[in-house]
Structure formats: C-alpha cells, structure tokens
Design a protein around this ligand. Sequence first.
Ligand code: 13P
Length: 253
Amino acid sequence: MPQRIVAGNWKMHGSRQFLAGFLASLTGDVLAKAGCEVLLFPPATLLPLLSAQAPDLGIGLGIQTVHPESQGAFTGEIAAEMAADVGATWTLVGHSERRQIFGESDADVALRALAARRAGLRTMLCVGESLAERQRGDAEAVVTRQLDAVLEALGDDLATGGIAYEPVWAIGTGETASPEMAQAMHAMIRGVLRRRSERLAEMPILYGGSVKPANAAALFAEVDIDGALVGGASLDPAAFLAIIRAMETHGNP
Ligand code: 13P
C-alpha cells in the first residue's frame, strides 16, 4: 500500500511573519496525528526556520528545486547538499513552472533527481501535460516521456520518493482534472512504474492542480490517488488542514 501524502508547495510565497502565523494556527499535535505524511515545500529562505519546528509538528520538509552540482560558481543556485544541511529531506524536481518558465528539459530534471539522490534527499517528481498536449491526445505520451527520463537515470532508487501528477492546465487556474480523469492518468503512471518493478509501483502518486477542501475528498477516493501536492490552498492553514482531514476520511485504507 503506497504511503499517503499531503504536501504543500508554497512556491515563491511566504515571509517569516507569514510562517509564524501559519504555525500558530496549527493547533496541538493535529499534524502528528494526521494519518498521512504531511510535507511542506516552502521557499528556501524559510527552510532553516521551519526545520527548527517542523519535526515537532510532524511535518516533513522539502526544497522546491536543486542545482545538479554540489557546489560551484552558479550564482543564485542552491545545491541539494545545502538543502539537506538546513533540514530538507525532500525536493521537488520537474515542477511544470521549472520546466516552462526556467526551461528545464527532461534531461535537466533527471540531473536534479540524481543530485537529490547524491545528497540523500527524497524526490517528488512532478509530471504533467499542457492543455495543448492534452487536446492533441498526447497527454499519456508526454507523462510517460517525463517519467522515463528520470527512471532511466535513477531506476529503482526513485522508489524512495513520490510522483506528483500535475496537469499544467489545472495549476492555479481553478480547473481541476475530474477525479476520473486524474485516476486514469494515475493508473497509467502506476503501470509505467510497475513495468519496471513492484517496488516502484508502490510509490505514492499525488495529484496536483487546484486541489481545495471542496474537491479533495472526491480525488482521494480514487484508488490510485495517494495524496495531493497543493499550491495556493496550502498557504491557508485552515484549507490545508481541511485537505489533510479529507485524506483521513476519504483516502484509500
Ligand atoms: P495550485 O494548487 O495553486 O493549482 O498549484 C498546484 C501546484 O503547482 C503544486 O505544486
């Protein structure tokens, strides 16, 4: 049975003041008791601050991207080892915003996944097709290509992490893939993983793209949806907690 995960990707949002307010509204040991793994991917500036408190709260921490190299003259970049040094145990790789805005190719994504492995970080590999790719009927081919690029590089080692299926047309748009549509792609992804190994087939496959308290339960009821990678709603502690509760109530046993 894959681990169930609810993860928040704060993207380029958040200050120390915001973080203090966010943490203050997580009452008691609600997250420690969540019954699923809870992860946050804050901006790198907040990692050291959060890592001082996150373990007590039962939150796992990740960085949003890493550079392939462990050090060097790469102004503005952060190495996987540096993220681990300040308490990250996860990294996102291949988020669609990295692919689209920063031009990361499948090969670049694979290099970042290799860097994560080198530093001992678990990888949350993001995959997903654009609207044009879906309309052309290429959604499954695109997602398979994105998966294969990293599977070729890491093989079974990817199994320590997770996959996040995030259709680009559903990110930040209010458009969610229907639970059936998401389930179909998750099942396809599970099949790609299973063809390589049973261990890979046990990876958690998260859905991302306009996940909100109102749609989380229906998504989590699908058999191959093991959690969510939440953007906007993860910045609102009440909404994030409601999504975690939806996982407890409606997630697969
Ligand atoms: P939204 O939940 O804001 O659509 O963002 C999804 C996402 O990109 C998470 O990585």
